[in-house]
Design a protein around this ligand. Structure first.
Ligand code: FES
Length: 194
């Protein structure tokens, strides 16, 4: 998968340090995976392999735990996470349209993917984040944006990207189309010559 370019470089010594501190038997699987995810934002395959080869935890045990708990991610994440609320109030107020607009700005076309190819942003669907009166709501990092329409979400993302020096692949594609010089129709030219 092309997303492998976003894979983190794993520090083997660091993983060995966690194993020494946390333990190397089955009950250590969850805290070890939490340590890995806290460091890299997801569970790089390389870190999982180190844990399997240097502990008594089998590959099936470790991958079983990693896939059982929703807190764990097996795919790389972007430098910023956008959390789109899909609780009831946000869902009925158009949360899906927020996802569609953000995916457009980020140029994410494959519905199985949630991270922009340039590693800038990851879109994550979350349950109610407790500010239903502002529905639909999204968070970029720690910042909350509410009462959104698709275009508002795109504008907020654009502003955030500008502030943090990030590039929005989908947005630029759209802008370059929009910025193309207007073609004069032959009919219009004729009129000008009269
Ligand atoms: S349902 Fe979205 S904030 Fe509560």
């Amino acid at each position: 998968m092309e997303q492998s370019s976003l894979e983190a470089t794993v520090d083997k010594v660091l993983v060995q340090k966690w194993i020494a501190e946390i333990g190397s038997d089955a009950p250590a699987a969850v805290p070890l995976l939490q340590a890995v995810q806290n460091e890299y934002g997801y569970l790089p395959r390389e870190a999982m392999n180190i844990i399997v080869s240097e502990t008594d935890i089998s590959a099936s045990q470790l991958f079983g735990v990693a896939t059982f708990y929703s807190q764990f991610r097996l795919d790389p994440v972007g430098r910023f996470i956008i959390k789109v609320c899909h609780g009831t109030a946000c869902h009925v107020s158009g949360a899906d349209r927020i996802n569609t607009a953000l995916r457009q700005s980020l140029g994410i076309k494959d519905e199985k993917e949630d991270t922009a190819r340039n590693g800038s942003y990851t879109i994550e669907d979350v349950a109610c984040i407790g500010c239903c009166s502002l529905a639909p709501v999204m968070l970029i990092g720690d910042e909350t944006f509410g009462n959104l329409k698709g275009a508002d979400a795109q504008r907020s993302l654009k502003k955030h990207a500008r502030q943090h020096g990030e590039f929005l692949p989908g947005h630029e594609e759209k802008r370059s189309e929009a910025d193309a010089p207007e073609k004069k129709s032959p009919g219009k030219k004729k009129k000008e010559m009269l």
